[in-house]
Design a binder for this molecule. Structure first.
Ligand code: SAM
Length: 218
């Protein structure tokens, strides 16, 4: 039985999932010599891509088992919600759909942490579910890992289900419950944290940058 992080992410699965171009997307969105605060780094899949591009990375996760796979970055074991490092970063990365937390309170706390830890003039890079997302019924492939979403239930803007992964004889299941946004909802969520949408980085509204909102208006 593989170990799982408190959020249900299987550790050995995340240690072997392939890169999917995340480093390139982030590199295009942040300044060249940026120090990046990566929230929810997992086993370092994106961390490695950022380090390979010359960025300095502070990698945060609440799972000791996940962090044990991260090398070459400053590692911080902490809950994102209450993270206090006493310094600000050129860029803060919140990837892996953490912005789609089912709980409004948790999402607010995640985005507050982004706002609290980004320098004035800095940028927050977010990867969430595509706007209006619904799971596709088909299988897809991540390298040699086959994945599908099963047991889907949609309740308003919350989608629940289980992501199944299969590689040769290995199987993993990752149950999820995520809040799906339209563009207005996403802008409102950012505004609550004192952030404003700067631009989308892809055609699905999945990757975006946000910046501190001017004082007095979010
Ligand atoms: C789905 S995994 C993604 C890992 C990595 N970003 C990737 O793309 O491979 C999500 C990670 O976020 C971490 N995480 C989830 N909620 C967290 C929280 N509240 N505080 C700190 N880490 C959290 C989990 O432990 C897990 O390692």
């Amino acid at each position: 039985m593989s170990e799982t992080a408190p959020d249900g992410s299987p550790v050995d699965l995340y240690a072997q999932l392939p890169q999917r171009g995340e480093g390139e997307i982030v590199a295009r969105a942040v300044g060249r010599d940026s120090e990046i605060l990566e929230l929810g780094c997992g086993a370092g899949r994106i961390t490695r891509q950022l380090l390979a591009r010359g960025f300095r990375v502070v990698a945060v996760d609440q799972s000791e088992e996940m962090l044990a796979h991260v090398e070459g970055a400053e590692r911080v074991r902490a809950d994102i919600e209450t993270l206090e490092l006493g310094r600000r970063f050129d860029a803060v990365l919140l990837a892996s759909n953490l912005v789609n937390a089912e709980s409004d309170e948790q999402r607010r706390a995640f985005l507050d942490t982004c706002r609290r830890n980004v320098a004035e003039g800095g940028v927050v890079v977010i990867e969430g579910l595509p706007l209006g997302w619904r799971p596709a019924p088909d299988e897809s492939r991540l390298g040699d890992i086959v994945t599908r979403v099963v047991d889907v239930a949609v309740d308003g803007d919350v989608v629940r289900g289980v992501v199944e992964y299969e590689r040769h004889t290995d199987h993993w299941r990752h149950p999820f419950a995520m809040r799906v946004f339209d563009e207005g909802g996403l802008r409102a969520a950012l505004a609550e944290a004192g952030l404003q949408l700067q631009r989308f980085l892809d055609d699905h509204g999945s990757w975006l940058t946000a910046v501190p909102a001017p004082r007095g208006r979010a």
